[in-house]
Design a protein around this ligand. Structure first.
Ligand code: S0N
Length: 265
């Protein structure tokens, strides 16, 4: 069964809900509509008792390249009416709070805000051509909420700081070695392996799984306050000349020049 959306493809089959980014022209970068549609799909999967597991993925060989820099205005990512209102914070919360495991199925790029989404998912399965990384400090953005704190829980403080400060790209094998993904398989096997993992989960007691998810979450639930503050700080930052330089450099396909913004304290 599939529901009609513009920016995502949402299907449900055999207990598995699959939400797939569908903006291949920008490597599945998201805009406000994309996030609204994702939120609706996750809410549907939450309340559908036939669903035991959700899969977050992307169409045509990429997971997601994060926020769409082409519609990022002075105050953030603008909707079709020109209002900056990307609800990505609510999507982060939904992925954590939906009482069913969420598996990120990553082929190609999981970059920027797209990378944060896979980090927040319960599990990540990657193809051998998946590429992971953060870009915020290069394009005038940051996620100092779960994108920092929860990433550090997964890969450790040193590696998380490296990922954000250097904005490098990491192969699927490197991601596996740092514990950022659960398993890497050849691209041709990614769908089947994801289905196999879903079926293994679906065989288990849903209440046990739900309680385990909440138990794991409890340790980092205090991050919600930090997340609200951090995402609000990002929104404020977007209005600055420094953030604008990052965005313009990406759009103009050049290196950013942040020298004039170095300041103390
Ligand atoms: C993905 C990259 C590394 C791929 O490089 P490659 O292979 O060289 O391909 P390109 O030629 O660069 O890309 C092909 C076409 O796709 C367009 N494109 C790619 N990514 C984006 C994008 N994110 N937005 C818009 N367009 C994109 C290219 O422009 C190109 O099109 P043409 O041919 O027409 O030029 C490389 O593309 C890359 O680095 N992309 C940018 C990644 C990035 O910086 N993403 C944004 C990072 N920030 C966020 O995601 C934050 C958003 C967010 O949700 C958030 C989080 C926390 C707190 C607040 C917020 C918030 O913003 O509200």
């Amino acid at each position: 069964m599939a529901q009609d959306y513009q920016d995502i493809i949402y299907t449900k089959k055999d207990g598995i809900a699959t939400m797939s980014f569908n903006r291949p022209q920008v490597l599945n970068a998201f805009r406000p509509r994309t996030i609204d549609e994702m939120i609706e799909a996750f809410q549907d999967a939450w309340y559908d008792d036939s669903i035991g597991v959700a899969v977050l993925t992307g169409e045509r060989g990429n997971f997601s390249s994060g926020g769409d820099q082409k519609i990022r205005g002075h105050g953030g990512y603008e909707d079709e009416g020109g209002t900056p209102r990307l609800q990505v914070r609510n999507l982060h919360r939904l992925i954590r709070e939906i009482p069913k495991p969420v598996i990120a199925k990553v082929d190609g790029y999981a970059i920027g805000g797209g990378h944060v989404l896979h980090v927040i998912c319960d599990l990540t399965l990657a193809s051998d051509r998946a590429i992971f990384g953060q870009t915020g400090p290069k394009v005038g953005s940051f996620d100092a909420g779960f994108g920092a704190m929860y990433l550090a829980r997964i890969v450790g403080e040193k590696k998380a700081r490296e990922i954000w400060y250097l904005c490098l790209q990491y192969s699927a094998q490197e991601a596996l070695e740092m514990g950022l993904v659960n398993k890497v398989v050849p691209q041709a096997e990614l769908d089947a392996e994801t289905e196999r993992w879903c079926k293994l989960i679906l065989e288990k007691s849903p209440t046990s799984i739900r309680m385990m998810k909440f138990g794991f979450n409890a340790d980092t639930d205090h991050g919600y306050g930090l997340q609200a503050l951090a995402h609000s700080a990002t929104s404020l930052f977007y209005t600055s000349e420094e953030a604008r330089e990052g965005r313009m450099a990406f759009l103009e396909k050049r290196k950013p020049d942040f020298d004039e913004f170095r300041r103390s304290p």
